[in-house]
Design a protein around this ligand. Sequence first.
Ligand code: SF4
Length: 394
Amino acid sequence: MSDSAKSETEVTPTFMSLPLRSIYVHVPFCEHRCGYCDFSIIANRAELIPRYLNALQKELETSPHLDSHLLEVDTLYIGGGTPTLLSAGELEDFFNILSDYFSLAPEAEYTIEANPDGLTADKIQVLKSAGVNRVSLGVQAFDDSRLAQLERTHSVQQTETAIELIQQNFNNFSLDLIFAIPGQTLDEWQQMLSKAISFQPPHISSYALTYEKGTRFWSDRNKGNFQSTDDELEVEMYLKTISELTNADYDHYEISNFAKAGHQSRHNNTYWSGRPYLAFGPGAASFVNGQRQSNHRSSYTWMNRLEQNQSPIVSTDDLTAEERARELLAIGLRKRQGVNLDELSKTTGIDLAVCCKNEIGDLIEKGWIQRESACLKITANGLLFADEIASILV
Ligand code: SF4
């Protein structure tokens, strides 16, 4: 086919031209590695923070997607790791670097992840001066023995102090919780939820404990050192999460996320909606021009490469347009409001109702998704099979 014939028949996918309005920055430092964690982190090496900051500056300076103009963004998300492990002075340097490249749109959402230990009043002042307006706090449990079991470095007392400090300074914050900790009962989890609700956080994320290959929990469980929570109890805990939080006026807007009105995570909605975002730091993955690019997961290699004027990017996916569209459908179904097939087809240039006809029919027959005019939505039953739904579609 000639180029001119192509241009007459092919639709340019709209997502190639969606503006970049979201940024993620990964800060890899943690006090130690929790037994269940498989994130890209560096444990107990705070002396490397200045080197990280220099590398981050270099990554931003050399990004092909940034130029000499400030990029105005709607969402900026600082994740980790434990970003608040940086001292107040280091946090100031960090935010100064970012402010050379990004400006916040009016009403922008600026989130930082924090752990209860080390979130001090002076750091809070630095966050506020930088424009941060949302804190996502890694609570995980309101029980010191469960925190010890998860190998967290904070206590319940520290969590309560941190929440109080956050409430005094921010209107918007989120608490992260973990359920299905070995030995945890349904009653215990219910008490944990009640305690979380008592602080009236605008947003709660709640995840079952997972055992990722390569983590210490994964190998300990395989050696028989402990038993993970059985599937039936895990499902009961998940259903309890939904009922308790929705009864407390939280909107269950994504499989693991709950928000008071107007407090959904706008940044995460960018991921779930297939809009583009740039990501910086070790292990960070960007989605831009319909392509996902990932940085090296090792913080050391990421720093070395930047110091040697090499790109930190180690993989660029080569998904076809249809594979990408299927992936976006699978991700989009995580949102309770569902996916508008017409819109997604326009965005991706792929008619999903045609190319996924059999899979969609199969999922509807199983009762895992339902169709409401142009929208596909996950059902209450489908929430329990989210991973299976994704693997059928992708
Ligand atoms: S604090 Fe979070 S990021 Fe750090 S090791 Fe523990 S689970 Fe991983």
